[in-house]
Design a protein around this ligand. Structure first.
Ligand SMILES: [Zn+2]
Length: 216
């Protein structure tokens, strides 16, 4: 077991430390394998919706089960996962891996936008939406998924996942990492499109069209 992660808070009356550590270790290793390096992470296990609201500073929706900020993840215990949210208990490992990816990309690259790009990467590493498909009629304009507010209004995780999956398959992981390192913290939509074309050869719209042809 490595020492790059630490479970900072959990309730020993509800959770087994050994089991939690094993789950965190698996989720961490999936990220380490993908990114090829270590990052320090703290994990805070919570049990009540109010705790999530407090951490995020707002009333959170039923589907929100984890969050990542700085080097800290806050996530519901697997023991309460299906009680405090509309997720099934088996989603815990996927969500944990997903939140850990956010810390990896924050620390390695630091970009916050586009939100769809960040979420798609986390979904890809967690292999979260592998079984599900997206229909072309549910595909949205990437500009509508760019900022936090956009994403809150249209959290299109399936599109984000599927498009990142397509980029990795076509351009490869190294090219994707190279692109990540070019992004600014508050990347604008226009700059993102410009850099996308420079890095991947096609502009975003053309790339999107090619990806959509594969969806059918
Ligand atoms: Zn996320």
């Amino acid at each position: 077991m490595n020492s790059f992660f630490e479970i900072t808070k959990y309730d020993p009356k509800i959770d087994s430390e050994e089991l939690l550590k094993e789950q965190v270790n698996n989720a961490y290793e999936a990220n380490k394998l993908f990114f090829g390096q270590d990052v320090e992470i703290k994990i805070n296990i919570i049990y009540k919706r109010e705790e999530m609201n407090q951490v995020q500073g707002r009333k959170t929706d039923d589907w929100i089960v984890g969050t990542a900020r700085n080097d800290q993840i806050t996530i519901f215990s697997p023991e309460v996962f299906d009680k405090v949210s509309n997720h099934s208990r088996s989603d815990f490992n996927f969500v944990l891996t997903h939140e850990i990816t956010h810390i990896f990309t924050d620390k390695m690259y630091g970009f916050k936008f586009p939100v769809w790009f960040k979420e798609g990467l986390a979904g890809y590493v967690a292999e979260q939406y592998k079984q599900s498909t997206i229909n072309t009629e549910n595909v949205q304009d990437f500009q509508m998924l760019h900022g936090y507010k956009d994403w809150q209004e249209h959290p299109n995780y399936r599109q984000a996942y599927s498009f990142i999956n397509y980029i990795v398959k076509n351009a490869g992981k190294d090219k994707l990492f190279e692109f990540c390192s070019k992004l600014e913290e508050k990347e604008s939509y226009e700059d993102f499109c410009q850099k996308f074309k420079e890095n991947f050869g096609d502009d975003l719209d053309k790339y999107k069209q090619k990806w959509m042809q594969k969806l059918i």
